[in-house]
Design a protein around this ligand. Structure first.
Ligand code: HEC
Ligand code: HEC
Length: 259
């Protein structure tokens, strides 16, 4: 019995010791400056800020409150990895150091992630269920004005050359021009009926949608597919308005060059 106690004491010490290593980076080196330093100079309504500070700042800022089990490896590594990744994507402590374009993009990402129930992450909501967003929270975040300068509708005209680069960078992971991949081929998408490429297995939502792909429908789809077709299976969107008009211009050029 005594040995078991000694052995388990040694085991706990070993785990605590491993907790001093930080294989995914050490997020604890950032000094804490207090919650009121978060989101400084943001244009968000106060209620939206309060929600983000209460429910997201634990991972997405330098003000992490570490749980008591955090010093114990390997749990500590998983939590540290999450916090490192989360701060890379969005750090509310560094808000005023972002360009206004980046701030707008992050705000659109916040709306997208919370509407789809992807943030806060599920395993975290189970442990800290007060972090669960209420429907009112989601509506408050969704109604944030994400564009501080120019309304999203007014941007410079689409450029097919830039659009081709957007296509190669952002779409070819799933789409080819002529062949079925994880997504359907897109060379002739402009002017085509949605869900109509033979041999591609579409979601029933997209097949039944009766949409024809033109400037307006592509704009909506690429901005947030779930808004246009609620049960589609394209797990991707293009938050930057300029990239959307450019890639649409590219498809338009491809369509007219086939005539
Ligand atoms: C338990 C830690 C944790 C909490 C709490 C949390 N997040 Fe995250 N978040 C992450 C991690 C880890 C990532 C990066 C990996 C990923 O995208 O899943 C991330 C990514 C994001 C991204 C970027 C998505 C992308 O793909 O670019 C946004 C936006 C975001 N979170 C918003 C929020 C919002 C809003 C809240 C609060 C309602 C929140 N998060 C709460 C851990 C967290
Ligand atoms: C992560 C994979 C993925 C990425 C990245 C992706 N798509 Fe998709 N896309 C899909 C899937 C899957 C579908 C089929 C959706 C369905 O059936 O609901 C689809 C469907 C579409 C459709 C409808 C086509 C039709 O025949 O009705 C268009 C248009 C489209 N994608 C454009 C794009 C563009 C433009 C990009 C890059 C900016 C892009 N997608 C990036 C997976 C992806």
């Amino acid at each position: 019995m005594k040995y078991i106690v000694i052995l388990s004491a040694l085991f706990v010490e070993l785990l605590l010791g491993l907790g001093l290593f930080h294989p995914f980076g050490n997020p604890r080196v950032e000094p804490s400056k207090g919650l009121d330093t978060l989101l400084t100079h943001s244009t968000m309504p106060a209620r939206a800020r309060d929600i983000l500070i209460a429910k997201c700042a634990n991972c997405h800022s330098n003000e992490t409150r570490w749980p008591i089990y955090a010093p114990i490896a390997p749990g500590t590594w998983l939590i540290e990895r999450d916090v490192v990744e989360a701060r890379k994507k969005m750090n509310l402590s560094l808000w005023d150091q972002m360009s206004s374009e980046d701030q707008e993009q992050v705000m659109r990402e916040i709306i997208h992630e919370t509407k789809n129930g992807e943030m806060p992450p599920l395993q975290y909501r189970l442990l800290h269920w007060k972090s669960q967003l209420t429907p009112v929270d989601i509506a408050t975040l969704s109604s944030m004005q994400t564009s501080t300068s120019v309304p999203a509708e007014i941007h410079t005209a689409g450029d097919a050359g830039r659009g081709q680069m957007v296509f190669q960078r952002r779409c070819t992971g799933c789409h080819a021009l002529e062949d079925n991949r994880e997504g359907p081929p897109l060379a002739h998408v402009f002017g085509r009926k949605a869900g109509s490429v033979a041999g591609f297995s579409y979601s029933t939502g997209l097949k039944a949608s009766a949409i024809t792909w033109n400037e307006a429908t592509l704009e909506k789809w690429l901005n947030d597919p779930d808004v246009l077709v609620p049960d589609n299976k394209m797990d991707f969107h293009l938050p930057k308005a300029q990239e959307r008009v450019d890639v649409i211009a590219y498809f338009q050029t491809l369509a007219s060059s086939k005539l």
